[in-house]
Design a protein around this ligand. Structure first.
Ligand code: IPD
Ligand code: CA
Length: 263
């Protein structure tokens, strides 16, 4: 059975991500930024995470009743259509609270378990990244490509750290092997944005262990459609164990470095 038209899914994702992004950076957003902690003292959630998720979920339910929805702030609608929306209403919550300019709204549409459409809106830089599987990736409507980087020694690599203390320690240990082997490391604080920055060549590669599906569902598709190789550490798709994206010739050396480092 043919799936739903991907251009329809893309238009809906782009509209709702844009509306949620406007909510986040509007004056109301700043006023409502009361903070609660989630999984640990470092894992914060604001009223704005919840308000942005509500806006997106209401829009999805209205436009496409019957689709499944998974949202970071608790939405878990089961569906009947084969389409599942994977929503991070505010990726980079810590950055948002500090006014550090790297956060996004991320929406992916999966069909039968695979991302077919991805949209990441970075409102601070007025950038909308988008991709439809098989049709390339764009930033504000212009096609984007990853770099042609092939050498670890000259590669700029993004990564991120879990909120969980034990995992953070292990991530720091892995970094002691990675940092001397690459040009430098960046930790921007929003995985969806990191993946889009691989897609448009601001990073040569990215890896992070322990992400959730909403952190990478849209960004990994955008990176792949921009020519990057994406995956986990062991030949699978990007996963909650490890999500990687890198210029094609860099992916395997980076993967081997991470495995050797005990990632
Ligand atoms: C976090 C960001 C961060 C990554 C964390 C994520 P949140 O998402 O993407 O860059 O390192 O692993 O949990 O909590 O800001 O939506
Ligand atoms: Ca997130």
């Amino acid at each position: 059975m043919p799936g739903p038209p991907t251009d329809e899914l893309l238009d809906l994702a782009a509209r709702l991500a844009g509306e949620a992004a406007a909510l986040l950076v509007g004056t109301k957003g700043r006023r409502l930024s009361s903070i609660a902690t989630k999984t640990s003292d470092t894992d914060m959630v604001t009223e704005m995470d919840r308000a942005a998720e509500q806006l997106i979920v209401e829009g999805l339910r209205a436009a496409r009743p019957g689709d499944a929805i998974l949202g970071e702030e608790g939405t878990a609608d089961e569906g009947t259509t084969g389409v599942r929306w994977v929503v991070d209403p505010l990726d980079g919550t810590t950055n948002y609270l500090y006014g550090f300019p790297a956060f996004s709204v991320s929406i992916a549409a999966e069909v039968d378990g695979r991302s077919e459409v991805g949209v990441v809106v970075d409102p601070v830089h007025s950038e909308t990244f988008a991709a439809v599987r098989g049709h390339g990736a764009t930033s504000n409507g212009h096609p984007i490509r990853c770099t042609a980087s092939a050498r670890l020694a000259t590669a700029l690599i993004g990564t991120g750290f879990s909120y969980e203390t034990g995992r953070r320690s292990r991530q720091a240990e892995v970094l002691t092997s990675v940092l001397p082997a690459v040009r430098d490391i960046r930790r921007a604080g929003a995985a969806s944005v990191d993946l889009c920055w691989v897609a448009c060549g601001r990073l040569d590669g990215f890896y992070e262990k322990g992400l959730q599906p909403w952190d990478f569902a849209a960004g990994a598709l955008i990176a792949a459609e921009a020519g990057a190789t994406t995956g986990d550490l062991h030949g699978g798709r990007p996963s909650t164990d490890c999500a990687m994206a890198a210029a094609p010739a860099l992916f395997e050396p980076l993967r081997q470095l991470l495995v050797a480092a005990g990632a």
